[in-house]
Design a protein around this ligand. Structure first.
Ligand code: SF4
Length: 442
């Protein structure tokens, strides 16, 4: 019997990329390929690229090198956002055989023959306007959590962002499609689903040019809450202007949606927000946080923020710092602005020196540590539910409570992928929280 061809995958970037790699991998498996780890000898290596990653080109070259070190005759393909934005650049990298743009990545099987190497990287890219169809996907982060794609692309025009250029217009899965995937995930024994997309609050736009289908994000949340077998649902990241009161209220009363929100702010100064072409002012952000706190005082609220955007003065930055310091939020994800080709922001005056960007980033990362600690401290002594993960890390098993407090307890393999009622007892030196068990599986 002929040996199965082996294929390995490497994914850069966001959860959406991870879920799409899973779909591509499943297509390969359906075609008779065996999936192996990236460190193993494979006949083909597929790299799912990201345009947001700092030094994306350097990183890509290193990954190609790594693959060729394991098997110098392997066929190398690049897909994903960076492959859409800079196809020729990737095709020129030594050893790359195939580069596929946004419309072609899910048809990768059609582009490979006998896997013999090409003399030059072959590019099949597209105009991004053509990426108007929807391909559903989901992936498993570990044995306990799945990332379920519900939406793709973005119609916003934030001046620093290349995602609309790499992924195209906003479009989403049908309600039927999402519920079917959610049930499949539940049937595999996965307990938590994280909703994934580029701009998931914009859920409800159909394929092929912005036709609305009949469902909104609120409908989606309502229906998903009823899927049997899924214990937990997490909204992940949602734009503040799209996080409606109704959604917040629904989450507060929901069976499975957990009290955890991740809301991009990007700047605490309205002038900078305007230059970024964000669709809200800081006042709306405060309003969203207050609404969450009103109905879910114990909710975890994470914030994305960008430092060093062109024209961000020391005063603007300090305004952002104090704004976040005064706001009842739980942690920050800090991004240091960096210029991207073909974006409006890259042409703007007021470039902030790199060392100033680094200093601002450090200050906000320090603030994040302080915020997380204060949030964890506010939760000590409360009863929560934890979903344990499946890894043994230096003799401990970790998990997250519904409101995203990271907990740990001595390793016990029987705890993996189970839910337990616990009391949060004390913050450990490594920043995670010790617990007392209140019940066996719930
Ligand atoms: S909302 Fe703005 S930052 Fe987010 S993907 Fe759309 S354009 Fe980019």
């Amino acid at each position: 019997m002929e040996n199965k061809k082996k294929v390995a995958f490497y994914t850069l970037g966001c959860k959406l990329n991870f879920s799409e790699t899973s779909t591509i991998a499943r297509n390969f498996q359906d075609e008779g390929f065996e999936r192996v780890d990236f460190e193993e000898v494979a006949d083909m290596y597929v790299i799912n690229t990201c345009s947001v990653t700092e030094n994306a080109d350097k990183q890509f070259k290193q990954i190609v090198k790594k693959a060729l070190k394991v098997n110098d005759k392997a066929f190398i393909a690049a897909v994903g956002c960076y492959a859409q934005l800079k196809p020729e650049e990737l095709a020129d990298v030594n050893g790359v055989d195939l580069v596929l743009g946004a419309t072609e990545k899910f048809k990768i099987i059609d582009y490979i023959n006998d896997l013999s190497k090409n003399d030059m990287g072959e590019v099949h890219s597209c105009e991004i306007e053509e990426a108007d169809f929807y391909v559903g996907s989901y992936s498993f982060g570990d044995r306990t959590r799945a990332f379920l794609k519900v939406q793709d692309g973005c119609d916003y025009k934030c001046t620093y962002c290349t995602i609309p250029l790499a992924r195209g217009i906003s479009r989403s899965d049908t309600m039927e499609g999402v519920l079917k995937n959610a049930s499949e995930i539940a049937a595999k024994g996965i307990k938590e689903i994280v909703l994934t997309g580029v701009n998931i609050g914009d859920y409800g736009k159909g394929e092929f040019g912005n036709k609305k289908h009949e469902h909104t994000f609120l409908d989606l949340v309502t229906e998903l809450d009823k899927v049997e077998g899924i214990e937990r649902l997490r909204i992940s990241s949602i734009e503040p202007n799209l996080l409606k009161n109704e959604t917040i209220e629904l989450v507060s009363k929901s069976r499975a949606f957990v009290p955890h929100f991740h809301i991009p702010l990007q700047s605490g100064n309205n002038e900078v927000l305007k230059k970024m072409k964000r669709r809200y002012m800081k006042e709306l952000y405060v309003d969203r946080v207050n609404k969450i706190r009103e109905v879910m005082p114990h909710a975890c609220i994470g914030v994305d923020v960008i430092v060093g955007f062109p024209g961000e003065t020391d005063e603007h930055f300090l305004e952002t710092y104090h704004f976040l310091n005064d706001l009842d939020i739980s942690y920050l994800h800090v991004f240091t602005y960096s210029e991207r080709d073909n974006t409006e922001a890259a042409e703007m005056d007021g470039v902030v020196p790199k060392n100033v960007r680094a200093k601002r980033s450090k200050m906000l990362r320090g603030l994040s540590v302080k915020k997380r600690r204060a949030f964890y401290e506010s939760q000590i002594g409360t009863n929560r539910t934890v979903l344990f993960e499946s890894e043994n890390k230096e003799g401990y098993i970790h998990g997250f409570t519904e409101n995203y407090v990271k907990v740990k307890t001595p390793w016990n393999p029987e705890l993996a992928n189970t839910l337990h009622e616990i009391k949060l007892s004390k913050i450990d030196d490594d920043g995670s929280v010790r617990l007392e068990f209140l019940s066996i599986e719930v």
